[in-house]
Design a binder for this molecule. Structure first.
Ligand code: NAD
Length: 372
């Protein structure tokens, strides 16, 4: 029988063949040259040319349906070097003051906002008002109020808002999701999500409340939270949470170092999650049902993701960078109206922000916070 898993494996293997061919130094057509066969190409302006944008830009060289055609940065030298490297002409390079002029640029379909969290709200709204679709990095905003304003603003302009949830397109993640929805794990009872790393430089924006909106939960704990929702397949009804801070100098007021949080779902499923900026080797999802279990470890790194279930190891080839796959899938969502298996739209980003607000509230009050 031809299962979806066989399909994923076949796709992975055929793509692997292509890269092996490239590795031998043979001339291979650029993936974009094949684009006509796959549909039109999404022409993307990257905003914020920092660490993650570098990874996205490099990975996009392996995208079949997404291409960098614009750049937005506050640093003129970066605009020049990135422009030359990725073939973006001067007329499609902008700074943070003048990027509203994107509205006069027919060579750009979408803006990918990859700046510190506090900037997302205004930058997304300005990009949508310039007539562009927007992909925004996680967390979509600092809180649910901002998130709602972004969703509404994009709706008003008729432009799509997507969130950079790369795991929603990751093959092992999708296989566990399929096993759960096909009933192979039985009735789900429990989820555990552990997300964290030891953060370095105490001067970086990630530990600055004004730019980050919080601490580990906004940045890395969001993977456990978001994962819990798509793994369990329900929206939580309540949350409780506890904070531990061992280094109040590095993690100042409003910047969480470690938070444990628990969620209760309408069906009775419970989830237990840990978010930390003070522990390495913390990247694990565990989903437990009446008939079996699934475990991903690492669960949300840049890959390869590894996993096993009660049936054995999850043996799926993942040869393309996650961001290349994400951008191809997002092109299909924006240009073809494709519906992803796990949503990545603004409403999805907003749901996480509502729960993040509730987790911070639960930390403060020490009580159970009900979610509407
Ligand atoms: P970074 O510090 O490496 O890059 C941020 C960029 O924004 C820099 O180029 C910086 O110059 C620019 N910038 C513009 N205005 C700024 C300001 N006022 N203060 C500081 N920098 C400013 O950060 P990053 O790791 O690239 O993270 C950017 C965004 O991407 C964040 O929202 C983060 O959560 C997200 N991110 C997502 C993933 C993922 O896997 N999806 C991974 C890393 C980061």
């Amino acid at each position: 029988m031809n299962t979806r898993r066989d399909f994923i494996q076949k796709v992975g293997i055929s793509a692997l063949g292509l890269y092996a061919f490239q590795g031998l130094g043979a001339t291979v057509l650029s993936p974009l040259k094949h684009a006509a066969a796959n549909g039109p190409v999404l022409r993307v302006a990257l905003m914020g040319l920092g660490g993650y944008a570098t990874r996205v830009a490099e990975s996009m060289q392996q995208s079949k349906r997404a291409k960098i055609t614009g750049l937005i940065s506050g640093t003129p030298e970066k605009l020049k070097t990135w422009g030359e490297k990725y073939g973006v002409p001067e007329k499609s390079r902008y700074n943070y003051e003048n990027f509203d002029a994107l509205k006069n640029n027919p060579d750009i379909d979408a803006v990918y906002v990859i700046t510190p969290n506090a900037l997302h709200h205004d930058q997304v709204i300005r990009s949508a008002r310039a007539g562009k679709h927007v992909i925004c990095e996680k967390p979509m905003a600092l809180n649910a109020k901002e998130g709602r304003e972004m969703v509404d603003a994009c709706k008003k302009t008729g432009k799509q808002l997507l969130v950079g949830y790369r795991m929603h397109f990751e093959p092992l993640t999708l296989e566990v999701h399929r096993m759960r929805t096909d009933g192979e794990l039985g009735t789900i009872k429990f989820f555990q999500g552990l997300s964290g790393f030891r953060i370095g430089d105490p001067k970086q924006w990630r530990v600055n409340k004004a730019l980050a909106g919080g601490g580990a939960l906004m940045d890395i704990g969001i993977y456990a939270l978001n994962g819990c929702r798509y793994m369990v397949g329900e929206e939580p009804a309540w949350v409780t949470a506890q904070e531990t801070k061992t280094d109040p100098v590095k993690f100042r007021e409003g910047v969480d170092e470690t938070i444990t949080f628990q969620l209760g779902f309408p069906s009775g499923v419970i989830a237990s999650c840990l978010s930390s900026y003070n522990m390495n080797h913390l990247d694990r999802f565990f989903l437990n049902g009446e008939k079996g279990f699934a475990e991903l470890q690492p669960a949300s790194s840049y890959g390869p993701i590894k996993g096993r279930t009660h049936k054995g190891p999850l043996d799926i080839a993942t040869d393309r960078p996650q961001q290349a796959v994400q951008m191809d899938e997002m092109a299909a969502i924006i240009l073809d109206g494709k519906k992803p298996v796990i949503p990545v739209d603004g409403e999805e980003g907003l749901r996480d922000l509502v729960i993040i607000d509730a987790i911070y509230k639960a930390v403060k009050t020490g009580g159970k916070v009900q979610l509407a």
